[in-house]
Design a protein around this ligand. Structure first.
Ligand code: ADP
Length: 319
């Protein structure tokens, strides 16, 4: 392989730039040319493709977002769109592709591999919802953003003796809420993987209040539902003064943490190694601090698993 491509797709996450940098530098280290495909699969279809040099990825390791831009592209879900993409890759002489993104992006990568085009996936999403890797690029940064925000909200919660419902991202996964809730000593963590009765949550809040608790923090994963609605139910059914904060897109931005930069560097470089070894249709990941790879179709078929021991611990520590 003498020329490869790299693109970022789906939701952005902090550390994607560090992964792009690793792909470019590792490839050039092995005398392989790298082309950047801009705006995900949309740029692949339209041919928004440019050669990247060592200097193209200078001064980006510490920046959030993605220098290649990202997009959602409905056309790429069609066979016609995928064929157009492959035509562009052939036109530019690109022999293999690294796709940095979440599970949706991997579905696109899987299609390219099915059509005989070698593709390797790098998991980049703040949601940490991809099976086959303990962590995805961006999760650690988002987690730190969330706990910084909750620490601040906690000050006001204490001063005003209020109950705060804080809605965090994560799509259908509860990882961000669970880790943030545990890291911040939240009284209650609501995640989509566990179906908890609202009545029980209210009883627990009231018990805490009677015991003299001045405030409560409830972390709600967006996959459970609207934090605003949950806040209304608590306000209506208790005497607790309740406020809601939806953290929103601040969770997706910012300078990546050291953990995310190192993870992205390791995963990006590994993806290039795999392409050069002739491997395709795989995703790189990290398990027990070791770099691993899995077939993308297996990853997509597996359900996301919650760390049940961690959830149990969060319950035990928030009594
Ligand atoms: P993420 O990668 O963050 O999960 P999305 O689910 O939005 O983000 O997917 C990103 C893009 O991947 C989509 O806009 C589309 O271009 C492509 N994609 C998603 N699903 C498929 C599919 N089944 N076949 C081909 N491409 C897909």
């Amino acid at each position: 392989m003498k020329r490869i491509g790299v693109l970022t797709s789906g939701g952005d996450s902090p550390g994607m730039n560090a992964a792009i940098r690793a792909v470019v530098r590792k490839a050039i280290f092995h005398d392989v040319e790298v082309y950047g495909i801009y705006s995900g699969y949309a740029g692949l279809i339209s041919g928004d493709i440019k050669k990247l040099e060592l200097g193209s990825v200078g001064d980006i390791i510490h920046r959030g977002g993605t220098m290649l831009y990202t997009a959602r592209c409905e056309e790429f879900k069609t066979l016609e769109g995928q064929k157009k993409g492959i035509e562009q890759l052939k036109k530019f002489g690109i022999e293999g592709l690294v796709v940095i993104g979440g599970d949706g992006s991997f579905r696109g990568a899987e299609k390219l591999t099915e059509h005989g085009y070698p593709t390797v996936g790098v998991p980049g999403t703040i949601d940490n919802d991809i099976p086959g890797t303990d962590f995805t690029i961006g999760f650690d940064t988002a987690l730190n953003t969330v706990i910084e925000a909750i620490d601040k909200i906690r000050d006001t919660a204490t001063s005003h003796e209020r109950t705060y419902v804080i809605e965090v991202m994560g799509r259908d996964a509860g990882d961000l809420a669970l880790w943030a809730g545990l890291a911040d000593g939240a009284e209650t963590i609501m995640i989509p993987e566990v179906n908890e009765d609202m009545e029980d949550i209210i009883k627990r809040l009231e018990r805490g209040h009677q015991r003299g608790k001045k405030h409560s923090i409830i972390v709600v994963a967006e996959g459970v539902g609207s934090g605003v609605e949950i806040g209304k139910v608590i306000q209506d059914k208790t005497d607790l003064e309740t406020r809601v904060t939806v953290l929103g897109h601040i969770q997706r931005g910012g300078s990546p943490t050291a953990q995310d930069r190192v993870l992205a560097s390791r995963l990006g470089a590994k993806a290039v190694e795999m392409l050069l070894e002739g491997q395709a249709g795989k995703m790189v990941g990290i398990e027990n601090n070791q770099l691993v790879s899995h077939e993308i179709d297996e990853v997509l078929a597996r359900p996301h698993e919650l760390d049940n021991a961690m959830y149990k611990l969060s319950k035990e520590l928030s009594i």
